[in-house]
Ligand binder design. Structure first.
Ligand code: NAD
Length: 276
């Protein structure tokens, strides 16, 4: 495994194991610099969303990155206020224009809005049929939401992106996704930095001469979870990529798995504010 290693998704598309998350990158120059740095380091996936208001900067950065578009993997998401069949199709057009690309690799329903997520996903399926996206997916979908889509969709979601870190290991949802051939991406893979002061994680890191962030990202990969850590700091962008030269033992994996406390740093898909 290396930084450009991929996971073969249910529809045969190769998705990079590691991507750069760009949530809360609000300063345009800083955003472009972070993405440029990540691509120089070897990242090939960028995770944005309409909500992040930086799709233009993502587009600009990847156009000037010196890497062919087809070697990059761009994810974006339809925001809650634009869900439903027609509105999703329109929102997709806007994202495509802002990114200034001809297709998007992975398009996700951002959250499962109760009366809309089925129609939203139907629109995503249409975009997939029209080859405007390479992978149809969802985010913040629990088993109950996925079951509805598995029942209604012709092409089931291929990826589910959820909050996932050592304090919220999502084992039941991950098992359900594995059984249904849905790849899992961890958002807030570092718990927004909140798990990095954990002494158990730090002690494991000392054994391998790795930082807590590297241990946590490696734990995700060994659990077959894709990661999209966010940082604008060049040294951290590099650090978060240096996770391919060590392997956590089964014992350390078990210790990390045992840190779960079902603690969320973000909102709960069962009970979330519609617009935030
Ligand atoms: P994260 O777990 O990636 O943590 C990011 C924070 O951790 C940074 O702001 C920085 O303070 C710190 N950090 C990063 N690397 C570090 C390092 N090596 N050492 C020490 N500290 C470090 O949290 P996130 O930004 O919430 O999540 C990552 C990405 O997931 C986002 O940027 C976004 O793309 C995506 N996301 C998606 C959803 C969704 O609803 N689908 C929600 C939140 C985030």
């Amino acid at each position: 495994m290396h930084l450009q290693s991929t996971k073969t998704l249910a529809n045969g598309v190769e998705m990079p194991l590691v991507g750069l998350g760009v949530y809360k990158m609000t300063d345009p120059e800083e955003t472009i610099a972070a993405i440029t740095k990540a691509i120089q380091v070897g990242y090939r996936a960028i995770d944005t969303a309409a909500l992040y208001y930086n799709e233009e900067q993502v587009g600009e950065a990847i156009r000037h990155a010196g890497v062919p578009r087809e070697e990059l993997f761009i994810t974006t998401k339809v925001w809650n206020s634009n869900q439903g069949y027609d509105r999703t199709l329109k929102a997709f057009e806007v994202s495509l224009k802002k990114l200034n690309v001809e297709y998007i690799d992975l398009y996700l329903t951002h959250w499962a809005i109760a009366d809309k997520f089925v129609d939203t996903y139907r629109a995503i399926e249409r975009l997939y049929d029209e080859k405007l996206i390479r992978v149809p997916g969802v985010s913040n979908h629990h088993e109950v939401h996925l079951k509805q889509l598995l029942h209604s969709a012709n092409t089931p979601p291929v990826v589910n992106q959820v909050e996932l870190h050592p304090y919220l290991s999502q084992q039941p949802l991950r098992t359900f996704c594995t059984e249904n051939n849905i790849a899992v991406t961890a958002w807030s893979p570092l718990g927004r930095g909140g798990v990095l002061t954990d002494t158990t994680i730090q002690q494991i890191g000392e054994k391998y001469e790795k930082t807590a962030a590297q241990v946590v990202l490696r734990w995700h990969l060994q659990n077959d979870v894709l990661v999209i850590p966010k940082s604008v700091t060049p040294s951290r962008i590099e650090e978060n990529a240096q996770i391919f030269d060590f392997t956590l033992t089964d014992e350390d994996m078990a210790t990390l798995n045992s840190l779960n406390r079902n603690q969320r740093f973000g909102q709960d898909p069962e009970n979330f504010h519609f617009d935030f």
